[in-house]
Design a protein around this ligand. Structure first.
Ligand SMILES: Nc1ncnc2c1ncn2[C@@H]1O[C@H](COP(=O)(O)OP(=O)(O)OP(=O)(O)O)[C@@H](O)[C@H]1O
Length: 477
């Protein structure tokens, strides 16, 4: 299993790559060292009391002392609930798992609601596994990689992994006490080229997995290179033997261990996400194994964060599941969010605040988010323009802010992208008022769209609802 765990920790790095998304400008909670929220920081604007409260939760998570707490982010649509949850996720260390789920995702046909929730919980529980590994650690004296004649010129800097086959290579490594020449195999050549290893680097090679880690540049060689990047780390040439036994730590989630050990699903299901239901016996065996590792000091549990958005979509069964799941000693911190007021609890005829049953509400620490001021909307629009690399004139930003205050922040943010396209179309470089006006007339906000519906509802299908929009829908408009 150890080799699979290693593969896993590598694959998780890949999934962290992000494109420009709705919240990609959020880099943290924007707090100072005493956990006070700065007005504008790390992509976050305003909403200071809520961010400060989230900062306290972050502190609790980092200290790892509490598990099984639940926090509710409640507020009107577009007041930054998801943004705060993202900020929290970004502020957690790499090792702390953060799993997200939207209430509506629970109603898939492939698995029961409780199975989907169990998987989400286990995605938010990390296991830090310690292992002894054989490592070769030294400073690169020389690295030569040759291609066989006819394939092309010598390519020591080539990054093409497909061409690793047929290449031969030699690597000389040294410590302060010894120096050894290694013959390189295809897989190792591939790994070294990928990491762009060159002489003067201090590297560690994991003998079992072939993983190459660059530890830094050797201090002894620092004067040989006048062009080093600002992030270059200088380290000492290792001492003693080249080959060492070292403790390495892998971090995986309980869900990942479940999937690997589930015969019907197998390891590849992690990449497709198509895990299906996992049998209860598999989970029991894993929990027992993890408990053994903990007792032997080989593993620690890292309770992470599970964020469930649109929590009002959960029904009464889901809430009683959550109630029980939070009692588990390994439970993560549960952060839920909703934009609903007093509404019906799904699966019942009862109404309650946020559509959440009273016994579950009682467990929650509630953080409320407030509508933004005009100034704050302006700042968020500015940040989003930078994030989307859209150049916008001052007047246009003011106009967009006005639109944002009168419609919604989200609508204004959407208009940035389309206005940039309109600007591109007229071969402009800077988004001007005319672009904003154009897209404002092309794309309706919810208010105008509802008005239009009211006027012309008789021409739509199923428009016989008396009195127009029903109460439930009216709450979101
Ligand atoms: N305080 C903030 N600072 C920076 N960006 C923000 C802030 N609040 C919201 N945003 C951005 O505004 C957009 C809408 O916010 P978000 O999705 O977080 O709202 P929400 O409260 O979760 O809404 P809903 O209830 O509709 O799910 C997002 O792109 C978000 O990143």
């Amino acid at each position: 299993m150890a080799a699979e765990l290693k593969k896993l920790s590598e694959s998780r790095d890949l999934t962290r790559i992000e494109r420009i998304g709705a919240h990609s400008h959020i880099r943290g909670l924007g707090l100072d060292s005493s956990l006070e929220a700065r007005a504008v920081s790390e992509g976050m604007v305003g909403q200071q009391p809520a961010r400060k409260a989230a900062g306290l939760i972050l502190q609790l998570i980092k200290e790892g002392k509490i598990a099984g707490r639940a926090v509710l982010l409640a507020g009107q649509p577009g007041t930054g609930k998801t943004a705060i949850a993202m900020g929290l996720a970004k502020s957690l260390g790499e090792e702390t798992p953060f799993a997200t789920l939207s209430g509506s995702e629970l109603f898939s046909l492939e698995m029961s609601k409780t199975e989907a929730l169990t998987q989400a919980f286990r995605r938010a529980i990390g296991v830090r596994i310690k292992e002894e590994a054989e490592i070769i650690e030294g400073e690169v004296v020389e690295i030569t990689i040759d291609r066989p004649v006819g394939v092309g010129a010598s390519a020591s800097g080539s990054s093409s992994s497909a061409s690793a086959g047929g290449k031969t290579g030699k690597l000389t490594l040294k410590t302060t006490d010894m120096e050894t020449l290694y013959e390189l195999g295809g897989k190792m050549i591939e790994a070294l080229t990928k990491e762009k290893v060159q002489s003067g680097d201090v590297i560690a090679l994991d003998k079992a997995s072939g993983k190459v880690t660059k530890l830094g540049r050797s201090i002894g060689r620092s004067r040989d290179y006048d062009a080093v990047g600002p992030h270059t780390k200088f380290v000492r040439c290792p001492e003693g033997e080249l080959q060492k036994r070292k403790e390495v730590v892998h971090c995986v989630t309980l869900h990942e261990i479940d999937v690997i050990n589930s015969r019907t699903q197998g390891f590849l299901a992690l990449f497709t996400g198509d895990t299906g239901e996992i049998r209860a016996e598999v989970r029991e065996q894993i929990d027992t194994k993890v408990a053994e590792w903990r007792e032997e000091g080989k593993a620690d549990i890292v309770p992470g964060v599970l964020f469930i958005d649109e929590v009002h979509m959960l029904d009464i069964e889901c809430f009683s599941f959550l109630n029980r799941a939070l009692e588990n000693e390994m439970a993560p911190i549960l952060v839920i969010a909703t934009n609903r007021g007093i509404t019906t609890i799904r699966g019942t005829n009862y109404r309650s605040p946020h559509g959440i049953p009273a016994d579950f509400l009682d467990r929650l620490l509630i953080i409320s988010t407030q509508p933004y001021t005009e100034e704050e909307i302006h700042k968020i629009i500015e940040i989003r323009c930078d994030e989307e690399e859209v150049e916008m004139s001052k007047d246009s930003k003011v106009l967009l802010t006005k639109i944002g205050t009168e419609t919604s922040l989200r609508y204004a943010i959407h208009l940035i992208t389309v206005a940039a396209l309109a600007c591109q179309k007229r071969r402009g470089k800077v988004v001007e008022m005319e672009d904003i006006s154009r897209v404002y007339s092309l794309f309706l906000d919810v208010k105008r769209s509802t008005q239009y519906l009211m006027e012309f509802q008789s021409q739509y299908m199923f428009s016989e609802v008396p009195g127009g929009v029903d109460e439930e829908d009216a709450m979101h408009l």
